[in-house]
Design a protein around this ligand. Structure first.
Ligand code: ADP
Length: 404
């Protein structure tokens, strides 16, 4: 089944076209990015497999025009990979927030759209853009079934004591204030793939997945079900991130708003876009640059690197205690996949309980790898994340059922 996977942002559309033969057998036909929607210098970059990449700068007034450009690129005689639009059998969308409405992927219908709209309040930057993407596909491919996959769905198995904040209960009933988590599609993919790779039965397992990227979250998964995750009501909660502060004493928020005369929106901006690696180092949100700065002796960059390791260890430690053990720890995403030093430091801190990794394998692996030694008490694996594959799989399953 040929599935177009879409990740719509407010001014961008990321896409992948996959030919799904089964859950694990597929061809990536093309991928690309439409950027700067709404601006005069909009841009599409299209990368067809086995052909030259292509890019074009032109005004892209809205998402429907952006989506038309994607489809034209996919069927273009020179850099296309399909004969006609009709070859696209289904479209799968990534949706950031599904609140407690969705615990899995679903086929798009009016009711689903209404619920995604209600969730806009909880993800004002993302959900409205996803709705534009669904609408744009409806305009250009009206007959093609669309499926939505939620970043929050995998975390819906958390128990109330894990997802409730100790705030007055009415804020939960009135405004849905609770912990939802994020990166669920990634945690689900790497836990399933990690268990498979490590030869562990997921239905009888304790797994901790560390998605460490620009945004970072850590999840505890028992028997395939999430028991806890570090992100909360929004992706701001949890550990230090590229530009997000993660956990801070909530009293700091009104304190700084008063001192600096900040509005709620400005304070939100400080915590989401000006904090984390960027805020603490004062220089950059990118871990590669921080590594370079630390080598040059930059003290604040060194604190950031230490804090990243420290926050990761704190989360892993608390999840081991919560689950009363762990069989497998998985590292993934930009930082998790590319920073052997960080992985080594984390695992060294777990040596008290018999975690041992092979330093050479750890140093040289950038792809799927078992980092732990055979005599390690806990398996440690590197599994590159693949959220698009997860979305394409769910889309294939849901649309195939529709056809039967
Ligand atoms: P996003 O959350 O935006 O998807 P990524 O998962 O791509 O982010 O992670 C981005 C982070 O990963 C950046 O801090 C970047 O420095 C780091 N990173 C990416 N590639 C490498 C690499 N080859 N070596 C070290 N760090 C890397």
């Amino acid at each position: 089944m040929i599935v177009l996977v879409i990740n719509c942002g407010s001014s961008s559309v990321k896409y992948q076209l996959l030919d799904m033969k089964s859950d694990n057998v597929y061809d990536l036909l093309a991928k690309g990015l439409v950027e700067k929607i709404g601006l005069p210098d909009g841009c599409i970059t299209h990368k067809p497999t086995g052909k030259e990449p292509y890019s074009q700068t032109l005004p892209i007034p809205d998402h429907t025009v952006g989506m038309k450009l994607v489809l034209e690129a996919l069927v273009d005689p020179n850099h296309g990979v399909l004969k006609t639009f009709d070859d696209i059998e289904a479209v799968g969308h990534r949706i950031v927030q599904g609140a407690d409405f969705f615990s899995g992927s679903v086929l798009v219908d009016e009711d689903v759209i209404e619920k995604i709209k209600i969730c806009c309040d909880l993800a004002p930057l993302h959900n409205p853009a996803h709705l534009l993407g669904i609408d744009a596909i409806k305009n250009v491919l009206p007959e093609v079934p669309q499926v939505v996959t939620f970043d929050t769905a995998f975390h819906q198995t958390m128990k109330p004591y894990a997802y409730m904040y100790a705030l007055p209960y009415e804020y939960y009933t009135k405004y849905k204030v609770r912990r939802y988590g994020a990166h669920g599609t990634s945690h689900q993919y790497v836990s399933q793939r990690g268990a498979e790779f490590a030869g562990i039965d997921i239905n009888n397992s304790k797994i901790i997945t560390c998605h460490l990227g620009n945004g970072s979250s850590i999840t505890a998964i028992e028997n395939g079900k999430v028991v806890d995750t570090s992100m909360g009501f929004t992706p701001l909660e949890g550990m230090i991130m590229g530009t997000r502060c993660g956990n801070i004493d909530a009293s700091i928020v009104p304190f700084l708003m008063k001192k600096e005369g900040l509005t709620p929106d400005q304070m939100t901006d400080v915590m989401n876009k000006k904090s984390g690696f960027l805020g603490l180092s004062g220089k950059t949100s990118d871990l590669r640059d921080l590594n370079d700065l630390a080598l040059e002796g930059d003290q604040r960059a060194k604190i950031v690197l230490k804090k990243l390791t420290y926050d990761t260890i704190k989360n892993i430690g608390s999840y081991i205690a919560e689950m009363n053990g762990v069989d497998l720890i998985v590292f993934t995403a930009g930082i998790g996949e590319n920073n052997p030093r960080l992985r080594r430091h984390i695992c060294e801190n777990l040596s008290f309980m018999g975690v041992k990794i092979d330093n050479e394998v750890n140093e040289n692996s950038r792809n799927e790898a078992m980092l732990s030694t055979p005599d390690s008490s806990v398996k440690v694996a590197l599994i590159p994340t693949n959220e698009e594959l997860m979305i394409a799989r769910d889309t294939m399953h849901i649309v195939s059922e529709l056809e039967n």
